[in-house]
Structure formats: structure tokens, C-alpha cells
Design a protein around this ligand. Structure first.
Ligand code: SAM
Ligand code: SF4
Length: 373
């Protein structure tokens, strides 16, 4: 159980919620289709990046991501087919969505991931990336590279095997590290290693994780713990704000510098990446400060759940129902136009910002394992 009650306390029906299905909102009459230029939201933020959750299933059970009892899984019939995913990506690409990331749950547990990667790569995206826990990377790195995947993010919260098993509830660190090496060997460059920073768990490994990554040309990225699942998996005592992370990085590794110029960074600020001089070279470190230093004003992304619900914001439960459009019987240009229309309409009221709090309140009921980060 979480160790804080948000206003109103935990919801009576508990955390075992399905991703809500909110059907497509009525379209304003003047909304145009694929021909109407780049996709923007009501605040004129340009939307160019799509994260696609391929499944809500996972071979791990990370403590901050999935409730111990598991979640109520989506019915298989509701999960988008490869054809439906491809049609959605092709439609949104026409209006400027050029970067796509495949995520989960764990995307590598989706059957025929390599085939889907090939199909999406043929669409000619600028970037086709994958977020994975790395458990199956050893066997999949080469075929994914050959299929046209351009980049990888791999989650590694700790380099201590017992801690790794504890946080993932079943993961094998050696296997994941072997997968990372395999990815490098087959030519994946600039692989990001994602680490959820947690006080009292891995805050003594910040320097070690950076050195591990830089020695292998990976880029470490530290993520603030976010209060998903109605706050049920969030422990305020474990929350490590990015300001503290910056202080730790500076103490252990040296001054944080501007990535572009190599000049010292101000103590606080919007920097998402910093550079550190390490063994004579400037090395990068990323920080995702969603909770303590939000960056919503520059948000450029939307998220598609495995069941075809397009979430304008990670931090709210409402969604645009693209599955019903995909299954409406429309085909070809009519389907493309309708997908774009419904997306445009839904994004017109994308929220200005989230209201995540460091106490664990303000988050959505949906689980990170369902929407994919
Ligand atoms: N299974 C893949 C993986 O672990 O990388 C992809 C999905 S996972 C949900 C995507 C990212 O979200 C991971 O880096 C994970 O550590 C992060 N994540 C999950 N729950 C989180 C939470 N409550 N707060 C912050 N990051 C979280
Ligand atoms: Fe699975 Fe990734 Fe969530 Fe861990 S963080 S439970 S690996 S989806």
C-alpha cells in the first residue's frame, strides 16, 4: 500500500483498473483531415512523437510500475493488430509524427515484434526506437537491428544483482547486461540506460551507473519516480528530486556542463541532458524530472495504448478511441483521414500540464505497465 493518502483517499475500487476506454469525442465541424498540416494541440504544441504500447503484459513486475497482484489484462480481441498499428502510424506520419517508440508492458513479449518492426521501418520514419527491460535482448538485438530499429532504451535501475531481482521481482541482471553488450556488438549506438532513481534503494549507485554506461558508450538517464496507479505504488520517502540528483552527480563525477557548449550549467534549470568530463571526454547524462521540474510546455508526444486508446497525456486517464475508428469499416484514404480528424479533435484539449505531486497525488489511475512510460 502507498504510505500517503491523497485528498479523498484511495479510490474504493482499488488499483486493479483497466485502461479506461473513452470513446472518440464529437468532432467540431471545421476539423480537417490529413491535408490540414502538422498536428498541433490546442496550445499550439507540435506533436511529432508517438509512443506505442504493444502489450500490457510483462515478464517483470517492477515494484513502481506494476501492482504485486498484477493488473486486469486487456482482452486479446481488443489489442490492436499489426495492420491496425501500421495504419495508425502511417496516418499520423502524414501530419508530422516522424518519431515512434515501441514500448509496453514489455514489447519483446509481443509475438513477432521483429515483423512489426520491419513493417514500421518500411514507412520511412525518422526514428523507430524500442524501450525494453532487456531480458530478451541477447536473442533479439541482431534481428531487431536487421529489421530497421534505430535506437534502444534499456531499463537498468541497479548494478547489484540482488537489488535488481528485488525491484523487478524476477529479473536477471546478468542477462540484461549481456543483452546490452549484444546490442552494442550489432551496431546500436547511443543506447540509453534508464534508471528510476530511488532514495534508499539506488541513490548510492548514481556514479557507478554513469561510469558503467560511459565506459560502454551508453547514455545513462535518471527518471524521477512518478505517481501512477492512483498513487498506490508511490512511496514519497523513496522520491529523489532531480535537484538532489544533480548535486550527487556533481559531487561524485564533477561539474555538470552544457551539452552543446561545454560551459558550466546553472544550478537549476530546464536542462534535460548535461555533460560531464569523464576520462578526457565530455559524456552525457539525462534527467527526466517530470515531477519536481515538469517540462509540459515543450511536450511533443502522444501515447497509443495496446488497445488503441490515444492518450494525450501520461498523467490523465482520458483517451481518444482510435480502435473504434480502425474497426469502423473505413479503408484507404477514408480511414487515414478519419484517424487524423479524430486525433486532431482529441488533441485540441490536451492538458497544459500534469499535476503530479511529490506526495504521490495528482497522478492517473492507469498503470505505467499499461501505458508504457
Ligand atoms: N518494459 C520496458 C522497460 O521497462 O523499459 C518498457 C515499458 S516501462 C513502463 C518504460 C519506462 O517506464 C521504464 O524505464 C521504467 O523504468 C519506467 N517506469 C515505470 N514505472 C515508473 C514510475 N512509476 N515512475 C517513473 N518511471 C517509471
Ligand atoms: Fe515491466 Fe518495464 Fe514495468 Fe518493469 S518497468 S514491470 S519491465 S513494463
Amino acid at each position: 500500500m502507498k504510505d500517503v493518502d491523497c485528498a479523498g483517499g484511495p479510490r474504493a475500487d482499488g488499483p486493479r483498473v483497466r485502461l479506461p476506454v473513452v470513446t472518440g469525442k464529437p468532432l467540431p465541424v471545421d476539423v480537417e483531415g490529413a491535408s490540414a498540416g502538422p498536428l498541433t494541440d490546442g496550445l499550439r504544441r507540435r506533436i511529432s512523437y508517438l509512443r506505442i504500447s504493444l502489450t500490457d503484459r510483462c515478464n517483470y513486475r517492477c515494484t513502481y510500475c506494476m501492482p504485486e497482484a498484477g493488473i486486469e489484462l486487456a482482452a486479446r480481441a481488443d489489442v490492436l493488430s499489426f495492420e491496425e498499428i501500421e495504419a495508425t502510424v502511417a496516418a499520423l506520419k502524414l501530419v508530422g509524427v516522424a518519431r515512434v517508440r515501441l514500448t509496453g508492458g514489455e514489447p519483446t513479449v509481443r509475438k513477432d515484434l521483429v515483423e512489426l518492426t520491419e513493417r514500421l521501418a518500411r514507412l520511412g520514419l525518422e526514428d523507430l526506437a524500442l524501450s525494453t527491460n532487456g531480458e530478451r535482448l541477447l536473442e533479439l538485438a541482431a534481428p531487431l537491428k536487421a529489421a530497421g530499429l534505430t535506437r534502444l532504451n534499456v531499463s537498468v535501475d541497479t548494478l547489484v544483482p540482488e537489488r535488481f531481482r528485488q525491484v523487478t521481482r524476477r529479473g536477471d541482471l546478468d542477462k540484461v547486461l549481456a543483452g546490452l553488450s549484444a546490442a552494442r556488438a550489432v551496431g546500436f549506438a547511443h543506447t540509453k540506460v534508464n534508471c528510476v532513481a530511488m532514495r534508499g534503494f539506488n541513490d548510492d549507485e548514481i556514479g557507478a551507473l554513469c561510469r558503467y554506461c560511459w565506459d560502454r558508450d551508453f547514455i545513462p538517464r535518471f527518471i524521477e519516480l512518478m505517481p501512477m496507479s492512483d498513487g498506490e505504488l508511490f512511496y514519497p520517502g523513496k522520491f529523489l528530486p532531480v535537484a538532489e540528483l544533480r548535486a550527487t552527480l556533481t559531487r561524485e563525477l564533477g561539474p555538470l556542463l552544457d551539452v552543446e557548449s561545454g560551459e558550466p550549467l546553472p544550478g537549476v534549470g530546464p536542462a534535460r541532458y548535461a555533460a560531464v568530463m569523464y576520462q578526457g571526454k565530455l559524456r552525457q547524462v539525462g534527467m527526466i524530472s517530470a515531477v519536481s521540474e515538469p517540462f509540459c510546455d515543450t511536450c511533443n508526444r502522444v501515447r497509443l495504448s495496446s488497445t488503441g486508446q490515444l492518450h494525450a497525456c501520461l498523467a490523465y486517464d482520458d483517451a481518444i478511441d482510435l480502435r473504434s475508428v480502425l474497426r469502423s469499416g473505413l479503408t484507404g484514404d477514408d480511414l487515414t483521414d478519419r484517424l487524423v480528424q479524430v486525433t486532431r479533435s482529441g488533441l485540441s484539449d490536451k492538458r497544459a500540464s500534469h499535476v503530479f505531486s511529490q506526495a504521490g497525488c495528482g497522478g492517473p489511475r492507469k498503470h505505467m505497465v499499461s501505458i508504457g512510460g
